[in-house]
Design a binder for this molecule. Structure first.
Ligand code: ZN
Length: 392
């Protein structure tokens, strides 16, 4: 957030109270494929991102901290396997500054984008909440979406110079997105979602477009309702609806792009001070928001399970129990071994790989996170798959 516009806020709160949303998108229901991916959201990753972000220092224009944070972001995307990483350079007060744009190409609509964005510059303090929180969540979402097919293309954008007046996002919209007719299905902005230590942080504000121009407002309201539903499906949070203001979605809003966003329910008193630190935040709250964001992003980008896999021929192998809790038994009925068995998690990582050399193989799964997995049984000729649920 870069400022508070008090008069406009009061006016809009009155509007919010009297406007009851009647625009609803299709009813959402829990998607087990998305839920399996959300299960892999890592509390430790979120916490480590926040610690790193704080240690990087005060990220104001012209500081080494700002550039070091850019490098830190890039190294994460590289480690996740992203290759389409673009630095968008612009100038602020004589300083070269940089937006960072990572693109994942969609399988059905490669030229239409779902954009997940947040700023990484800070004001006065290290900005661990504003906006280390959003930055951490975007990184974790990108990590988990890397190997998931999405029908729409996805851009993860980390804007700079938000705190000095939405300069980075304005630059991007006015020089790149709008002049090139970029087709943005939805821009989802996350800014300051860290919560306040010592308070009950159990609600997240979902923000919609209530400003002029109004051409995209109906769509924004509908997407924001969907966002709220997804957050409630994939996290333990409650949601409330309010209006978008004073963050990087507004330059997009001004060009009639469809926007939505998240903001903390208890407005931190530490924003833009030296007290904006991890100790004054609520890390479990950020973790829950990350889960909601991942579920919503999978939905908005239309992620889908990879098809074309060959189902296991159950005459050749018996796999039980399923769901499995401690031990998964694989019994080869036709003496087709040696073969290799692999257990693959929802984001395509091989978590167990073993060789079958006799007709019974027991696999210890009790230390695996609960979720959906694929068991791949490979012999010299082909690979067969079976969906396995690990419970605990
Ligand atoms: Zn902010």
């Amino acid at each position: 957030m870069y400022s508070l516009i008090t008069i406009m806020k009061s006016y809009l709160i009155i509007l919010t109270v009297f406007c009851i949303s009647i625009i609803k998108t299709n009813a959402q229901s829990y998607n087990t494929f998305y839920g399996g991916i959300v299960t892999n959201c890592s509390y430790d990753s979120i916490e480590q991102h926040l610690i790193d972000f704080e240690n990087l220092g005060i990220k104001e224009p012209g500081t080494a901290a700002l550039n070091n944070t850019l490098d830190w972001l890039i190294s994460h995307y590289q480690s996740y396997g992203y290759t389409d990483i673009i630095i968008d350079t612009f100038t602020y007060n004589g300083n070269e500054v940089y937006n960072l744009i990572i693109t994942k190409t969609g399988t059905h609509y490669p030229n239409t984008y779902f954009v997940l964005d947040g700023h990484y510059d800070t004001k006065t303090g290290t900005g661990t909440n504003d906006n280390g929180s959003g930055t951490s969540i975007i990184l974790e979402t990108a990590r988990l979406m890397k190997n998931v097919d999405t029908k729409f293309s996805v851009k993860f954008i980390h804007f700079s110079m938000e705190e000095v007046g939405l300069v980075g996002s304005t630059h991007y919209v006015n020089n790149i997105a709008f002049p090139n007719g970029m087709d943005i299905k939805l821009l989802f902005n996350i800014d300051e979602v860290g919560g306040v230590n010592g308070m009950v942080n159990n609600t997240i504000v979902c923000e919609r477009d209530q400003a002029n121009p109004t051409a995209a407002n109906d769509a924004s309201w509908a997407y924001t309702d969907t966002l709220a539903t997804c957050v409630e499906l994939y996290s333990n949070l409650f949601t409330t609806i309010s209006y978008a203001y004073a963050s990087d979605y507004m330059p997009f809003q001004a060009k009639d792009y469809v926007i939505t966003g998240l903001f903390e329910d208890h407005y931190s008193p530490y924003a833009h001070t030296l007290g904006d630190s991890l100790g004054n935040m609520d890390i479990p709250y950020v973790f829950e928001i990350a889960k909601g964001t991942i579920g919503a992003s999978l939905y908005f980008a239309e992620a889908y399970e990879t098809t074309g896999i060959e189902e296991l021929n159950e005459n050749n192998f018996s796999i039980y129990p399923n769901p499995a809790k401690d031990i998964l038994t694989i019994k080869a009925e036709n003496n087709q071994f040696p073969t290799t068995v692999k257990l693959i998690n929802a984001i395509g990582e091989i978590v167990i790989s073993e060789t079958i050399t006799s007709n019974i193989k027991l696999i210890d799964v009790k230390n695996l996170p609960a979720g959906i997995y694929y068991l791949a049984i490979e012999d010299k000729i082909n690979t067969q798959y079976k969906k396995i649920i690990i419970s605990n």
